[in-house]
Design a protein around this ligand. Structure first.
Ligand SMILES: Nc1ncnc2c1ncn2[C@@H]1O[C@H](COP(=O)(O)OP(=O)(O)O)[C@@H](O)[C@H]1O
Ligand SMILES: [Mg+2]
Length: 364
């Protein structure tokens, strides 16, 4: 049994070797922890800053045993960890955070929205779609248009398609490979916002200031934070985040994507049981950033203060944009984060920049 709080010198296991794992490992190192990364990728962004790496498939039993043996606690930098992997880690007696329930729920858009509604949290209307007939029935119920999404495995807008009319049901379902889907009603949003939320092992909750997020082609392009808003909006966002964290018995940082609707309501789009791209601004804008906060939470440390000390415009560097680093380096109020990825494929998240400006009236 692991005793918490974990003392410095302990080892934290991370499943996944991407940029989120890299920034988690950097934060962990600052607190005196070592990280061991499990990733199938040789030379991954995270492995180049972590103390140890196991290069193996996520379901490699030998590698999982080694990870469990070396780590006092194991966490994740992505949510699509196969259920069998989580089960194996539990069988090995490993301490895992966030809780596996949060992973399971967030892996499946239908489970996720059902869970949110059962916790009293509003979402768009949705229907389960396992066939063309189900999609036609959803059109009968909600009317057009509908957004058809695969229940599992989608990210950065992949695995989803707008369907304008019921008679396009067969073609749309075919286009998504006839996989189990969910049909969603359109959210009439004036903007998208996000909350980075943390819960400690003792149930303490800490929320970051609301973030405005802008997507292009389904990919997060930039964020602006702290976001402007009414006291009611802030209160609603905080209530939703706290309700969700408690309902999941959560430990760690969670990213919550919301629709700020034209009619004033706030609906949850989805959540990710991990540090999140909409929280990258906290690296340079807040007292304790989301990566350190996650490490603190899973290690059983007290949570750190989340207040903003600067307004931040975060912009993702996609593909070749990362090649402009020399120009960016000349901007005095710009902080550069590069992920060490070798190949700048189009649309690939290669890094991000945080552009700082003074806070106005405490809320950006
Ligand atoms: N029901 C919806 N109505 C309107 N826009 C949506 C809806 N669902 C998703 N979107 C848009 O598509 C983006 C990506 O969808 P999301 O469900 O967050 O998938 P992903 O897992 O790819 O991030 C959202 O950020 C939003 O801009
Ligand atoms: Mg999303």
């Amino acid at each position: 049994m692991t005793a918490f709080p974990l003392p410095p010198g302990s080892t934290i296991g991370i499943l996944g070797g991407g940029q989120l794992g890299r920034m988690l490992a950097m934060a962990a190192a600052r607190l005196g922890f070592d990280c061991v990364i499990l990733t199938p990728e040789i030379d991954s962004p995270a492995s180049r800053v972590a103390a140890h790496t196991l290069v193996a498939a996520y379901d490699d039993r030998g590698a999982l045993a080694e990870l469990a043996r070396r780590s006092q606690v194991i966490t994740f930098e992505f949510e699509n960890v196969p259920a069998a992997v989580v089960a194996e880690l539990s069988r090995l007696g490993a301490e895992v955070a966030p809780p596996t329930r949060a992973l399971a729920v967030s892996q499946d858009r239908l489970e996720e929205k059902s869970f949110l509604n059962s916790a009293g949290i509003g979402t768009v209307g949705f229907a389960r779609v396992d066939s063309e007939a189900d999609l036609k029935a959803a059109f009968q119920r909600f009317g057009p248009p509908l957004l058809l999404k695969t229940r599992q495995g989608g990210y950065d807008g992949k695995g989803q398609i707008w369907v304008e009319k019921a008679d396009q049901s067969a073609a749309a379902f075919d286009a998504l490979g006839r996989r189990p889907c969910i049909a969603e009603t359109p959210a009439a949003f004036k903007r998208e916002v996000a909350v980075i939320a943390a819960r400690g092992r003792d149930g303490e909750i800490a929320l970051y200031p609301l973030t405005e997020s802008h997507h292009e082609n389904g990919i997060l392009r930039r964020t602006s934070a702290p976001a402007q808003g009414t006291p009611k909006l802030f209160a609603d966002a905080e209530k939703i985040a706290a309700t969700l964290l408690s309902a999941l018995g959560y430990v760690g940082v969670l990213g919550l994507e919301l629709f700020d609707l034209n009619d004033g309501r706030l609906l949850v789009n989805e959540f990710a049981p991990r540090v999140h791209n909409t929280g990258h601004w906290t690296l340079d804008g807040c007292e304790v950033d989301q990566f350190e906060q996650h490490i603190r939470a899973v290690a059983g440390w007290p949570l750190g203060p989340t207040a903003a000390h600067h307004h931040v415009e975060m912009t993702n560097l996609l593909g070749d944009e990362a090649l402009t680093w020399a120009k960016l380096a000349r901007e005095p109020e710009t902080r550069i984060w590069l992920y060490g990825k070798r190949a700048p494929q189009p649309g690939r998240k290669m890094g991000h920049v945080n552009r700082l400006s003074p806070l106005q009236d405490g809320r950006g």
